[in-house]
Ligand binder design. Structure first.
Ligand SMILES: NC(=O)C1=CN([C@@H]2O[C@H](COP(=O)(O)OP(=O)(O)OC[C@H]3O[C@@H](n4cnc5c(N)ncnc54)[C@H](OP(=O)(O)O)[C@@H]3O)[C@@H](O)[C@H]2O)C=CC1
Ligand SMILES: O=C(O)CCC(=O)C(=O)O
Length: 416
């Protein structure tokens, strides 16, 4: 699907809306809109065949006033600097909304990981890490997985950084494998947090997750765990897609069987427990709850007008354009915004960083309880602000996040 509204256009429009609500000056608006620091790097790679190719890489620290930069690393063919700027800005507001002591950052390499061997991806990751070494570190900027990267990528980043410094520094990345300082519960945290956010939004209307039907776009690190936790909560998950389309079953998909199917490396669309559904069709299905958990910009004015769900809970970053947002709002559809709904990942990343820094590890139960508590507390404050000021949940979340960051500027003396 062609992207008409770019992620950066969406992110800047959202910031403008928050600045208007908060009544900030043009100077402060400019400070909040502008990345604090960014690095563009060339990442040369010798392919297994001997061919030399060059990939572009980026790390953007949008804001570091509340603490170190924090945010994922994306490997995708279409990554460009403006996409990374948007993703870094969303990280800033997200970390502030859930009140973790970080700024916002994001990285990306323009590479389609499906076209490369594991050895090639390791070389790309090590070279990219070496190039951005001067600006990362456990007190400067901490990486985590995003689209196209995983626990193994984070282990390579951590190892490259540590070898360069001369000792092991697990706090430079989160979302690592458990044996090298990862946290219990991080792999499932974003999806689990999405389900906490959905439960809280439904509860505002007196509805329980066990009473609803859901569709999930994207079956990666976020979507697959969201589907799992929805199923655990008694939700009937009736459709799921990945990049090639997906599967639907109006009686409810067998999510465990679908997870086992995908674990073999097969696409969602070849699952035998359902019939075919496309990525365009999934938005118009007759469901109560829609979870976009893949890429940006998929809910534009057109797709938003086909949505039948009563709640959209954003697992992905930036899945809804400003035009799509207006259509959903006009149609009375509740949108739980990305900077709140998918914050479970960074919350448990924060727990992982705290554990790594203290070299003391929490139990799975402690992590699950603290994640639930943080997500419900963040939802409650956003929902209360929305009610008190007659704002959408997105504007309320942005107002809270942007205000906390602006306050940090003001207190530190960086006010214009
Ligand atoms: N990982 C995390 O902790 C967090 C991630 N996010 C956001 O969640 C989203 C998903 O990230 P994550 O799950 O980590 O990424 P993954 O790479 O693990 O999974 C992405 C999923 O989306 C599918 N997909 C990719 N492109 C499209 C497309 N154009 N249309 C439909 N489906 C598509 C992929 O299909 P296939 O597998 O076939 O390629 C895959 O199922 C992103 O927006 C990310 O920024 C937000 C917070 C935290
Ligand atoms: O876990 C993290 O640090 C950030 C994950 C991420 O990239 C995101 O929330 O978009």
């Amino acid at each position: 699907m062609a992207r008409v509204t770019s992620p950066l256009t969406t992110a800047l429009a959202q910031l403008s809306s928050a600045v208007e609500i908060l009544g900030y000056s043009p100077g402060l608006h400019e400070i909040l809109a502008t990345p604090r620091r960014e690095m563009h790097v060339a990442v040369p790679l010798r392919r297994d065949s001997g061919e030399i190719v060059l990939h572009r890489g980026y790390r953007v620290q949008h804001n570091i006033s509340r603490g170190p930069g924090k945010g994922g690393l994306r490997y995708a063919a279409g990554v460009d600097i403006d996409e990374v700027r948007a993703l870094a800005m969303w990280m800033t507001w997200k970390c502030a909304v859930v009140d973790v002591p970080y700024g916002g950052a994001k990285g990306g390499v323009a590479i389609d990981p499906r076209e490369y061997s594991s050895a090639e991806l390791e070389r790309v990751t090590r070279r990219y890490t070496s190039e951005i070494m001067p600006i990362i570190g456990p007190e400067r900027d901490i990486m985590a997985p995003d689209i196209g990267t995983d626990e193994q990528t984070m282990a390579w980043v951590m190892d490259t950084y540590s070898v360069n410094q001369g000792y092991t520094i697990p706090g430079v990345t989160t979302g690592k494998p458990l044996p090298v300082g990862g946290s219990l519960g991080r792999a499932t945290a974003t999806g689990r947090g999405v389900v906490h956010a959905a439960a809280a939004a439904l509860a505002d209307d007196g509805v329980d997750l066990s009473e609803v039907r859901a569709a999930v776009q994207g079956f990666g690190k976020v979507g697959s765990h969201a589907a799992h936790w929805l199923h655990e909560a008694g939700t009937r998950v009736v459709a799921v897609t990945d990049v090639d389309g997906g599967t639907r079953n109006d009686d409810g998909l067998d999510v465990a069987a679908l997870l086992a199917h995908v674990a073999t490396g097969a696409p969602v669309s070849t699952f035998e427990g359902g019939s075919a559904v496309s990525n365009d069709e999934i938005f118009g299905l007759d469901v109560d709850l829609l979870i976009p958990a893949a890429v940006e910009g998929v809910l534009d004015a057109d797709t938003a007008s086909s949505v039948k769900a009563r709640w959209v809970v954003e697992g992905a970053n930036g899945p809804t354009t400003p035009e799509g947002d207006r259509v959903l709002a006009d149609r009375g559809i509740v949108v739980v915004p990305d900077i709140l709904a998918n914050a479970g990942g960074v919350v448990v990343s924060y727990f992982e960083w705290v554990q790594a820094n203290q070299a003391y590890w929490w139990t799975a139960e402690e992590i699950a309880d603290r994640l639930a508590q943080r997500m419900h507390a963040a939802y409650a404050s956003v929902s209360e602000t929305a009610r008190d000021q007659s704002l959408s949940l997105r504007d309320a979340a942005l107002a809270i996040g942007v205000r906390r960051v602006a306050e940090a500027h003001q207190i530190r003396g960086l006010y214009p």
